[in-house]
Design a protein around this ligand. Structure first.
Ligand SMILES: C[S@@+](CC[C@H](N)C(=O)[O-])C[C@H]1O[C@@H](n2cnc3c(N)ncnc32)[C@H](O)[C@@H]1O
Length: 333
């Protein structure tokens, strides 16, 4: 929250800090320094950087806490080792690249979007299929989703009672990162993922990596046109926020029809608090509005309305302790 003019000055150029992070990930600085500390000249040579800006850039990374400077050499800080070096336990490189390469540019058109109400980089079915047909872009996109749902998955696993259910389908489950966590934590569950056909090779790759091949089945399809695979629980995670209220109702209706009596719908998203929505969720909401035709974050009360209209009994909504998501549960009696 800004309370004085200095705060406004800082806010006015907050994009510069983000761009320093973006460029460090795009140029592979953290990956390089994972091999060991290096001086500016060697970093420039190995990463094809011009020396004119490099020293200020590296010192800015140190001032941000992402590098540590010892004499003339730079090393990754602990947080950079965890979250910015590929393979690190909290790796966020996919998220940073998505912000650098797509979101940053669409946010540059916020004023235009505020005037015309139109998305600035639509992610409709055609656009998704085009994106997925480029293997490098698809990998980057899924890596962003993995990083985004990795915080949710263990909490979803722990905060919902999976014991009465035998199976689940993660609809729009990407390459199965959440599904893998669920079957690993609850071995009695059989997992299914429904997503666009182009996600399947990356799904197979991730299942092999996680040791869950055979535990989770991939179902290619369009969730607006094709039947959702039947299972005891339908998960819709970071999906409803991409669609208009009418389309959310349609997806919730479809989930109701696919579930057996006694089944459950579990949804997670950065839901907005009715009275005092927090800044992170509002930024998330504007982000999806900039990237999709009708999407935005929504309140738990809105989800409840869609669920009850579909025939569900609303059970609960719970803000998760880590990250910024809320899970909401609706039951089919
Ligand atoms: C924002 S991602 C969410 C992924 C994952 N559930 C998570 O929590 O990170 C939305 C997912 O929906 C998928 N998707 C989008 N439109 C779809 C459609 N019409 N049919 C099936 N899947 C679709 C995308 O491929 C993507 O994997």
């Amino acid at each position: 929250m800004v309370t004085d003019a200095t705060g406004i000055t800082r806010l006015n150029t907050a994009y510069a800090e983000a761009r320093i992070l973006h460029s460090a990930v795009e140029t592979g600085v953290f990956e390089l320094l994972a091999e060991g500390p290096l001086g500016a000249a060697e970093i420039c040579a190995r990463r094809e950087l011009h020396p004119r800006l490099a020293e200020d850039f590296l010192n800015a990374l140190a001032a941000l806490g992402l590098l540590v400077r010892a004499g003339q050499r730079y090393a990754n800080s602990e947080v950079a080792r965890e979250a910015l070096v590929p393979g690190g336990p909290l790796f966020l490189g996919g998220r940073v690249k998505a912000a650098a390469q797509r979101h940053y540019h669409t946010w540059g058109r916020l004023t235009e979007a505020l005037r015309d109400g139109r998305p600035k980089a639509a992610m409709g079915l055609d656009a998704m299929e085009r994106l997925y047909s480029d293997p490098a872009a698809a990998r980057g996109f899924f890596s962003n989703m993995d990083a985004n749902n990795a915080v949710v998955a263990p909490q979803l696993s722990a905060r919902f009672d999976w014991s009465p259910y035998r199976s689940f389908v993660d609809v729009g489950g990407a390459r199965g990162n959440v599904a893998a966590e669920l079957v690993l934590s609850h071995p009695h569950l059989t997992g299914h993922v429904m997503d666009l056909a182009q996600a399947e090779p990356l799904f197979d790759e991730l299942m092999a990596e996680r040791g869950t091949a055979g535990e989770v089945t991939f179902h290619p399809g369009d969730f607006f046109a094709d039947e959702m695979p039947s299972a005891d629980v339908v998960v819709l995670g970071h999906v409803l926020h991409d669609w208009s209220s009418e389309q959310c109702q349609e997806l919730v209706d479809r989930a109701f029809h696919t579930l057996p009596a006694g089944g459950a719908l579990v949804v997670y998203d950065q839901m907005l608090d009715d009275d005092a929505p927090d800044l992170r969720s509002l930024i998330g909401s504007l982000n999806v509005a900039l990237l999709s035709e009708g999407g935005s974050e929504y309140t738990a009360a809105e989800f409840r309305t869609w669920a009850e209209k579909a025939g569900f009994r609303f059970d609960r909504a719970e803000r998760l302790a880590r990250g910024n998501d809320t899970i909401a549960v609706a039951l089919k009696d």
